[in-house]
Write a protein that binds this ligand. Sequence first.
Ligand code: GRF
Length: 216
Amino acid sequence: MARLKVGVLISGRGSNLQALIDACAAPRFPAEIALVIANRADAAGLARAAAAKIPAKVFAHGDFAKRDEFDAVLEATLTEAGCGLVCLAGFMRILGSAFVRRWRDKLINIHPSLLPAFPGLDTHARVIAAGVRFTGCTVHFVREGVDDGPIIVQAAVPVQTGDDADTLAARVLEAEHRAYPLALRLIAEGRVRVESERVIIEGHKAPHGIVVNPAD
Ligand code: GRF
């Protein structure tokens, strides 16, 4: 079966891009990264694309007078590369509603919290300030609201006493690097559908049991 062609949009470090690159390198993985697009020429993730010999393009959003023009270039580039799915991986630019509608249920994002809790920026500092015992990450289909849309995969991560935003971010990032390739695989296998704005996964088994923090 043909592998699903994916476009990955980045703005920075690209560690989630790397997790997707590594997953796609497995011989029977059902997706391939056809293209990486960055909105900043200094995005460190571009070097990861180059090392994996994946075509990459930079479109600096500041070069475009209007959001729609920037989105139109993204759209044309992704379509030309034959992408059937777009993965946002630390892409720090809000996409316009026409783009979001065009890619409905074909555009996914990863966010470092258990959505719908803690959408937006400075997530880990807010998680710590709130005193919650668990946080995690969420891969979701993109809708027009920020960090909003049907949830595909979540991973729970305990908050430890003494965590600061950096130690917590590092623990959550490890979970992100597992969750994003899993979501991509499930979609590429054709096992994910959206019904009434909830995701149904064919043949999916949820983990058993209850996890308690602090451990008892
Ligand atoms: C990740 O924490 C992701 O959840 C968020 O932005 C960060 C990107 O990190 N949306 P990286 O560029 O993938 O390393």
